[in-house]
Ligand binder design. Structure first.
Ligand code: K1U
Ligand code: ZN
Length: 185
């Protein structure tokens, strides 16, 4: 099956608050597999279900796999919640739903999370550094929050203007005949 496309800013579905998962069904397990396939293909180090258009509280994270000789070691979290956070870290973040942009974001340096796994078992996870940043970024997606909401208004508005221009140009290119079409009449 082809990979599911990642929704792109300013798609309004990225702004919805996702619903808790009541039961881990085969559909949820299949969605988690689709998310992992997309994350590894893009490539990325995390993904949240609403980025594929599913407003449910499910995330996947694997921050180590892009390093040389590293094994894939995905974490799949159902209904993740941050129960404790401490310290501060600034990371230059990107997002598969916010094309062509990266910016420094300040977040907690260490977090403790509760979630369940795909068998319904409770999990408690402690994370620090990039993994903590990635969990916070993905849980933000579940609440309709993007990393560009956590940067200065000036930087955000510069990005939004650039993105709107890019989309206008893409639409104009799609609407105008190519030189090949023009030659063929
Ligand atoms: O949620 C997403 O869109 C995925 C995003 C996660 C993320 C990145 C950086 C900081 C916090 C959260 C990405 O994976 S963007 C791509 C990326 O960071 C990356 C891609 C290849 C190699 C290493 C990193
Ligand atoms: Zn993102």
């Amino acid at each position: 099956m082809p990979l599911r496309p990642v929704l792109q800013f300013p798609d309004r579905r990225l702004r919805e608050v996702s619903k808790p998962i009541e039961a881990v069904t085969d559909e949820i397990r299949a969605l988690a597999q689709d998310m992992l396939d997309v994350m590894y293909d893009e490539p990325g180090i995390g993904l949240a279900a609403p980025q594929l258009g599913f407003p449910v509280r499910l995330i996947v994270v694997d921050v180590g796999w892009t390093e040389e000789d590293a094994e894939k070691s995905p974490r799949v979290l159902v209904n993740p919640e941050i129960v404790d956070a401490e310290g501060k870290i600034t990371w230059n973040e990107g997002c598969l739903s916010v094309p062509d942009f990266q910016a420094d974001v300040e977040r907690a340096e260490r977090v403790r999370l509760r979630a369940t796994d795909l068998d319904g078992n409770p999990l408690e996870i402690e994370a620090s550094g990039l993994e903590a940043v990635c969990f916070q970024h993905e849980i933000d997606h579940l609440d309709g929050v993007l990393f560009i909401d956590r940067i200065s208004r000036l930087k955000r508005s510069m990005y939004v203007r650039k993105r709107m221009k890019q989309l206008r140009e893409e639409r104009d290119d799609a609407a105008s005949p190519t030189s090949e079409d023009a030659r063929q009449g």
